[in-house]
Write a protein that binds this ligand. Sequence first.
Ligand SMILES: C[S@@+](CC[C@H](N)C(=O)[O-])C[C@H]1O[C@@H](n2cnc3c(N)ncnc32)[C@H](O)[C@@H]1O
Length: 191
Amino acid sequence: MQNEPGHFKLLAPFYERFIKPKEPEKILAQLGLPQPDGAVLDAGGGTGRVARYFVGKVARVVVADQTFEMLQEVSKKEGLTAVCALTEEMPFPDGYFCCIVMVDALHHVADQVATINELWRLLKPGGRVIIEEPDFRNFRVKMMALAEKLALMRTHFITPGRILDLFGDDRSVKRIEVDGWTAWMIVEKPA
Ligand SMILES: C[S@@+](CC[C@H](N)C(=O)[O-])C[C@H]1O[C@@H](n2cnc3c(N)ncnc32)[C@H](O)[C@@H]1O
């Protein structure tokens, strides 16, 4: 079920030199990180570029990713646990994480529905999922999607509203925040 034809394998050693987190403070503020004894998951977390900002704020920070070479960069950072897994099926019990983030990765996964269902399974009642994605309603993002197609990346962008729809109707506390061409989809699981 590997989606990307090796792009991230090649990019891994240079990834963080070129891609900077947009606003890690924004994700931190949205997460709230209410449970110092809890665990946070960064799904499709790559090199741990974003997850490293959570270290010291909770008991455990896990980066799950399918690309071994990206995870090798995670292991160079203090306080992160690297797990090689598909976001569609991750090796953790139900409700293991108090917060889950997924940054710039949903449009890369092979199965978005299975991924969202898996994030929901892993989230503790009362917990929060934050998905950061390029806002596909934005013209610049549409051009970026086209460029990725030309680069033979099998990406699949969907709009913020469609992402929230994937969480289903019963998952009622949902909102979208937008800044420029980036959107954050925030979903809270009833306690
Ligand atoms: C653009 S990178 C973003 C990495 C990280 N979230 C960040 O913001 O720095 C996308 C990541 O998604 C991972 N990925 C793509 N499909 C995946 C899947 N089905 N399961 C796990 N990881 C996946 C890739 O290996 C890559 O590391």
